[in-house]
Design a protein around this ligand. Structure first.
Ligand code: DGY
Length: 319
């Protein structure tokens, strides 16, 4: 029997390619780099797609009448119109679990880098600006024993809390739609309402998924509630915050600094004012980007694809 045809639109390691080619005929491409029409043109004979954040909407489904599975190589799936997928009976999968610790590592990195000014002072040293007379002008703020507020206490939030409590003796507060009594007792974290968390925290970490409810959730009002000494960290999705309000908060000294892995528009525009602030650390949306984790994510997507194409239930469905 002929193998089903699938589109592999994400970067995939050789070992995952070998696995995929065992059960399907793969067409490889950079789904995010291709002109839209060209991408849709490739979908007419495809039973499945492995993608990394590619927009999957009604037009995509229209172009793919044989489609059975869309497997996202990411935990966030705001790029997929899930209602439309449901209507058409197409399975949608993501990659929860395998990336939690890796993303949590980066978040701690952003906290340390923004508060201890690591990226800024790296530039200072490289620029030859280091002088014997330097002193308090290079000082930063502590992370240990400070208060951390986590917005969105999913698995990644819990991995951040474990590091913060166990490694840095921090007090951890969290805000989540649903309270998590097990996390509270296992990790020693305490729930706060959003305003309480914003007012109390020295570090605020956003880890909520992007949904209609969380779009623009942190805006001018929320920044105004934060301490002027607070550092704001976002590793969720750029659209969960009002980026203009963040820029204004940084410009006015409403907060002390920020560590950002995600942006309203990615890649960031060269004239984005965020690029001009010394007290902002920026990384190019790579929270989960280590070789091991990205390979595990790709393998999980591939296993989801195989299961669905063989008529089974997806391993990590989003609905
Ligand atoms: C995720 O898995 O959602 C990461 O942010 C990569 O998109």
């Amino acid at each position: 029997m002929a193998k089903p045809k699938v589109l592999i639109g994400a970067r995939i390691h050789e070992s995952v390619r070998a696995y995929l080619e065992g059960f399907c005929e793969c067409e490889y491409c950079d789904a995010n780099g291709l002109p839209r029409e060209e991408l849709l043109g490739k979908m007419s004979d495809k039973a499945g797609a492995i993608i990394f954040g590619t927009r999957v909407d009604a037009a995509f489904f229209d172009a793919a009448p044989l489609l059975k599975a869309v497997c996202n190589v990411s935990v966030g799936y705001n790029n997929v119109d899930v209602d439309e997928a449901k209507k058409r009976g197409v399975a949608v999968t993501n990659t929860p679990g395998v990336l939690d610790e890796t993303v949590a590592d980066l978040i701690l990195g952003l906290m340390l880098s923004s508060s201890r000014r690591i990226a800024e002072l790296d530039r200072y040293v490289r620029d030859g600006a280091w002088k014997p007379s330097d002193g308090t002008n290079l000082y930063g703020s502590d992370v240990h024993r400070k208060t951390l507020g986590i917005i969105g206490m999913g698995r990644i939030g819990e991995a951040v809390a474990r590091r913060a409590v166990g490694g840095f003796s921090m007090e951890v507060r969290y805000y989540n739609r649903h309270r998590k009594p097990e996390a509270e007792s296992a990790l020693g974290v305490a729930w706060r309402d959003l305003d309480g968390l914003l007012a109390e925290s020295d570090f605020i970490v956003c880890m909520m998924p992007l949904t209609e409810e969380t779009r623009g959730m942190i805006g001018k009002r929320e920044f105004s509630l934060m301490k002027p000494s607070a550092f704001f960290i976002n590793a969720s999705r750029g659209q969960t915050i009002d980026e203009k309000a963040l820029i204004e908060a940084l410009r006015n000294g409403t907060i002390a600094g920020a560590g950002l892995d995600v942006f309203e528009v990615e890649p960031i525009a060269p004239d984005n004012p965020l690029l001009t602030f010394d007290n902002v650390v920026l990384t190019p949306h790579l929270g989960s980007a280590t070789h091991r984790t990205r390979n595990e994510m790709a393998m999980l997507a591939a296993r989801n694809l195989k299961t669905v194409l063989e008529g089974g239930a997806a391993l990590t469905p989003v609905y």
